[in-house]
Design a protein around this ligand. Structure first.
Ligand code: HEM
Length: 450
């Protein structure tokens, strides 16, 4: 538990092995970031690592993570990675904190209400159907590319609707992947390098500017017409804060739209890709999933009402997300405090890794085994409180979690009703380090099920 207690003896967190002067732990983080982060739990519940000269306290126990994210959340700000993202993503809820964040979250939350998710799910069903009917039996597809395109379409169609927005959706498909790709690098590299006129920076800045421009145009068009729409952009433009009566200006709406695109695309795409990877490696799981989808959906297109009737698909989703979770998020102590007996100075960075928690053998039985049944109700050794946090927790918990569940289940059911996806032979799929570790490649061959 975190306590604001600056006085008393100062107790430092143990430092992870392998620190070098000036470089800190840059080498193991560069060479094998995932394995290195996972290894930290062997050294304590709060372990210090240095990224160059930047110290970060990594929390390896679910109790400390819960204390920071939920119980003592007001004592923590966003931290450096988010600060570095702000110039690109503006002041959307992904990068802000404190009272401003709370107000924005109150105004955005209704757009993710269950009723709206059902509306968005109608579009997801059509998009998933288009994806799976575009494939040809026996012709290899890249599931990484397919999943990314599907996730981009789902988010873009939720935000903008109607013909007016077609150019915006096309621009999102063109520019967002460039921004997402460059973003991680920007988050960790020194600010002084942002302005270097190298191709990486130029491509990134141009893509971010195009995205902002097209969204501004759509906002201006929405404002000029009197059409009632049911998309997120309209909801944000008409949103009124119940506590203060304030509305969002167009620039703030644009920042929120970009923040939501940024947070909601790669995460869902990656999860979807890993699900098909795991299904391809576990025929017994795949068979049970197919049997469930056959009974609920059959051969017709998936409907939103089907989604609550697919408990096994849901377990497959939860289990794939357990094994393939986001790697690292940061927070920053706003004042000096002690956490688990360790002194944390004001301004210190803390980090939590859903990925490493979910693979901790002390928390999950056989943690590297893909076993959807660990999520069956009453199953022994199942996950306990605070241990499973793929969507984070507390005031910054993922606002799009229900959206992601609907989006992913729709795609899984739609594909499974038509195809068995067989891994292309001779390919070893590796895990690439990223905000959410990704499959290096995922070539699969669709085999018709009917
Ligand atoms: C499987 C898919 C997803 C995963 C694993 C995921 C994971 C997360 C996590 C762990 C956080 C908390 C970060 C922190 O503690 O700082 C978060 C925040 C957020 N997510 Fe997601 N996410 C997913 C999908 C989505 C989708 C589909 C959307 C929107 C359409 C979305 C929008 C957001 C936003 C806006 C935030 C910031 C919330 C805030 O700070 O108030 N996410 N997500």
């Amino acid at each position: 538990m975190a306590r604001a207690e600056p006085s008393g003896p100062v107790v430092h967190a143990p430092v992870a092995p392998g620190r070098l002067p000036l470089l800190g732990h840059a080498l193991p983080l560069w060479r094998q970031p995932i394995a290195f982060l996972e290894s930290l739990r062997e050294h304590g519940e709060i372990v210090r690592l240095d990224i160059g000269t930047w110290p970060v306290h990594v929390l390896t126990s679910p109790e400390h993570v819960h204390a920071v994210l939920v119980q003592q959340a007001p004592q923590f700000g966003r931290g450096r990675i988010f600060d570095r993202l702000r110039p690109m993503f503006g002041n959307g809820i992904v990068t802000t904190d404190g009272e401003f964040h709370r107000k924005q979250r109150r105004m955005i939350q209704p757009a993710f209400h269950r009723n709206h998710i059902t509306e968005y799910a109608e579009v997801m069903c059509r998009t998933a159907e288009e994806m799976s009917t575009s494939w040809t039996a026996g012709r290899e597809i890249s599931m990484v590319t397919e999943a990314r395109r599907y996730a981009l379409s789902s988010v873009a169609e939720m935000i903008f609707s109607g013909d007016l927005s077609r150019p915006a959706i096309a621009e999102v498909h063109r520019s967002l992947p460039i921004v997402l790709e460059g973003m991680l690098l920007r988050a960790v590299m020194p600010k002084s390098l942002d302005r270097l006129p190298i191709p990486l920076n130029r491509r990134f800045d141009a893509a971010a500017a195009r995205l902002r421009r097209i969204i501004d145009q759509v906002i201006a068009q929405y404002g000029a017409e009197e059409v009632e729409r049911h998309d997120l952009l309209s909801l944000l433009l008409s949103s009124v804060d119940a506590e203060t009566g304030s509305t969002m200006d167009p620039e703030q709406v644009r920042d929120e739209v970009i923040a939501i695109m940024f947070a909601g695309t790669e995460t869902s795409a990656t999860t979807l890709a890993w699900i098909f990877h795991e299904l391809g490696r576990h025929p017994e799981v795949e068979e049970r999933l197919h049997a469930e989808v056959d009974a609920v959906v059959g051969t017709r297109p998936v409907r939103p009402a089907d989604l609550s009737r697919l408990p096994y698909a849901n377990r497959v989703f939860q289990e794939a997300l357990r094994l393939h979770s986001p790697l690292l998020f940061t927070r920053q102590a706003l004042k000096p405090l002690t956490l688990g007996g360790v002194s944390i100075p004001a301004g210190a960075e803390l980090a939590y890794s859903p990925y490493a928690l979910h693979r901790d053998p002390a928390l999950f039985r056989d943690p590297t085994v893909f076993d959807p049944d660990r999520w069956a109700q009453g199953a022994s050794g199942g996950p306990r409180d605070h241990r499973y946090i793929p969507f984070g927790a507390g005031q910054h918990k993922c606002i799009g979690d229900s959206f992601a569940v609907a989006e992913i289940l729709t795609a899984v059911a739609s594909v499974a009703s038509q195809w068995q996806l067989v891994p292309a032979p001779g390919v070893t799929v590796r895990e690439l380090p990223a905000g959410m570790p990704q499959p290096s490649e995922l070539p699969m061959i669709p085999v018709s099920r009917h």
